[in-house]
Design a protein around this ligand. Structure first.
Ligand code: NDP
Length: 310
């Protein structure tokens, strides 16, 4: 009988307990002990939020795996006390939410919605927006979330390019792989979406040099992670008018401090890390599938490559 420790903020337990118990029962694991408190020496699996307070895994002597509740693992991947497999969250609900957020913000900028929403000034502005087929969108990161967003944008007819570490092939997407192809992916992009993980290799991927590759008046959307952008270079590009707008959901420091220049900048939209989140109903099934696999001696899904950092 497996003992599963749910290690996350209390309010998360309230929303996860029932979906997890239902999924365990459906997987034939109804007799598992699912708890918020356990003797570490008796825990087989930890369902884990990196902000939950568990930072030392050493006392968990029987631990088989840590199942992250978040897609991002930068706060746990380098923990030297974690020696068992770490799975990240790949959740259809999380994916759906991200597709909606990204598509919505891409369309806002593509259609120039702000001009009409803010510009109720009696001026009759003629001219329809361009078609998506004439708009070049680049997505940095074509993983679970980036690939889903790319698919949605391709379905809307955008010209979509993407960038990954390893070679990828996605219908309708011009794919570039490897550090030496970043410039190709960014050249002439009018809207750039960051859906990379935060690793030593991805930090400051958008900097003065790479921002200069984008089309004049480009827009940056960052639902990925704050450290992907050199903030000073971004502000300089906005102030010089080379970038038209940045819509930022993630930041180096969260919550974004009130005095941070992003809040007051007329061409920056701040959203408070709400682009998407793990949805208990679907995420519980993903977590329990991994516990079922662990108990059956089958390989776990969505394992983090500890060397690559994601
Ligand atoms: P995945 O691990 O599935 O995908 C990551 C993608 O980034 C992959 O395509 C990977 O390439 C690419 N990548 C990683 N390192 C490099 C590199 N050095 N050079 C080029 N490409 C690289 O992650 P998800 O799609 O699930 O999530 C992406 C990120 O989104 C998360 O790490 C998290 O930071 C963020 N996120 C934000 C949320 C929000 O609400 N704002 C919610 C959830 C996640 P390859 O395919 O070759 O491996």
């Amino acid at each position: 009988m497996a003992t599963i420790l749910f290690s996350a903020k209390y309010e998360r337990w309230e929303s996860y307990e029932t979906p997890l118990r239902d999924a365990l029962a459906d997987a034939g694991l109804g007799n598992a002990i699912l708890t918020q408190k356990a003797d570490p020496a008796e825990v087989d699996y930890i369902i884990y939020a990196p902000n939950s307070g568990v930072t030392d895994f050493t006392p968990f002597t029987r631990l088989k795996a840590v199942l992250n509740l978040w897609a991002g693992v930068e706060d746990v991947v380098g923990n030297p006390t974690l020696t068992v497999p770490l799975a990240r969250m790949v959740d259809p609900g999380l994916e759906e939410g991200m597709v909606e957020w990204v598509t919505g913000h891409v369309l806002r900028h593509h259609l120039g919605l702000d001009t009409h929403i803010k510009g109720q000034d009696g001026k009759w502005r003629v001219g329809a927006p361009p078609l998506a087929r004439d708009r070049h969108v680049t997505i940095l990161g074509l993983g679970a979330l980036g690939a889903a967003c790319a698919k949605a944008l391709v379905a809307l007819n955008f010209q979509v390019s993407g960038w990954t570490r390893s070679p990828k092939s996605l219908p309708g997407v011009t794919c570039h792989a490897g550090a030496n192809r970043l410039a190709d992916a960014l050249a002439g992009a009018e809207i750039v979406v960051l859906l990379l993980p935060d690793t030593p290799d991805t930090q400051n991927v958008l900097n003065a040099e790479t921002l200069a590759l984008l089309a004049q008046g480009a827009v940056v959307l960052n639902p990925g992670r704050g450290p992907l952008i050199d903030d000073d270079a971004l502000l300089a590009a906005l102030d010089e008018g080379r970038l038209a707008h940045a819509t930022l959901d993630t930041f180096r420091v969260e919550p974004l401090p009130p005095e941070h220049p992003f809040w007051a900048h007329p061409n920056v939209t701040v959203t408070p890390h709400i682009a998407s989140e793990t949805r208990p109903a679907s995420a519980a099934r993903v977590i329990v599938e991994n516990i079922r696999r662990g108990e059956a001696g089958e390989p776990l899904l969505h394992l983090v490559d500890r060397t690559a950092g994601y």
